[in-house]
Design a protein around this ligand. Sequence first.
Ligand SMILES: Nc1ncnc2c1ncn2[C@@H]1O[C@H](COP(=O)(O)OP(=O)(O)O)[C@@H](O)[C@H]1O
Ligand SMILES: [Mg+2]
Length: 238
Amino acid sequence: MKLEGVYKSFEEVEVLQNFHLTVKDKEITCILGPSGCGKSTLLNIMAGIIKPDVGTLREHKKRIGYVFQEDRLLPWKTAYENIQLVNKKASSSQLQSLIDMVGLTHFENKYPHQLSGGMRQRCSIARAFNFQTEILLMDEPFKSLDYDLRMNMVEALIDIWHKWNNAVVFVTHEIDEAILLGNKIVVLAKNPCRVEATVNIDVPQKQRSLEDRELINVRTKLINMLSKEKETSTYKSA
Ligand SMILES: Nc1ncnc2c1ncn2[C@@H]1O[C@H](COP(=O)(O)OP(=O)(O)O)[C@@H](O)[C@H]1O
Ligand SMILES: [Mg+2]
């Protein structure tokens, strides 16, 4: 999927200006950027939910999965039914293994209001996994989870992505998530949203650990870029 020369503004606020991005098949592309920089807007354009003012979306995928920041479950369906409804062909053992993978074993027959925020989000992630898509867009999906759970979900995502081999666009502002997941990390700067840098990581995801020298180097590089970005935006608004 490709975005070429995309512009988008909301009233007088210019969010995206001449924005270019290529998302390769079979890769995880992480979008890392400060809050309010236009990450959700970008995903909404990729999903076809909002139209850019100018610019084109090429090689558009038909089967798009989207995990929103909030869970968007149907309140009158159980966790199991919410996951099942996007793919009626999934067998009960496939559904059960998805439920186990996101840590919802024994909670499958509960309704959303009986689950914690983190559990509801994990249920919506299992639902997106069950909707076997060509491309999966994820908007800060692990934000409501604590650190250990987030790291488990990162592992679960890598497992499922290996099975499917589809494209994933993963939006986050957590550096550790980006360096564990991304084949490519796109660092965004704001006002207007633009690509500050692109970092490729060649180590296969299954072999990565946060203690690896290469990942430590990438992390340092990303921290420097993001703090530089913070300084410039503070300076601009001062
Ligand atoms: N529907 C909208 N109407 C007006 N302004 C919006 C709308 N959606 C987003 N914005 C503005 O666009 C900017 C980028 O928002 P968003 O894409 O949600 O950023 P992020 O996901 O990186 O936090 C923000 O300044 C936000 O207030
Ligand atoms: Mg957002």
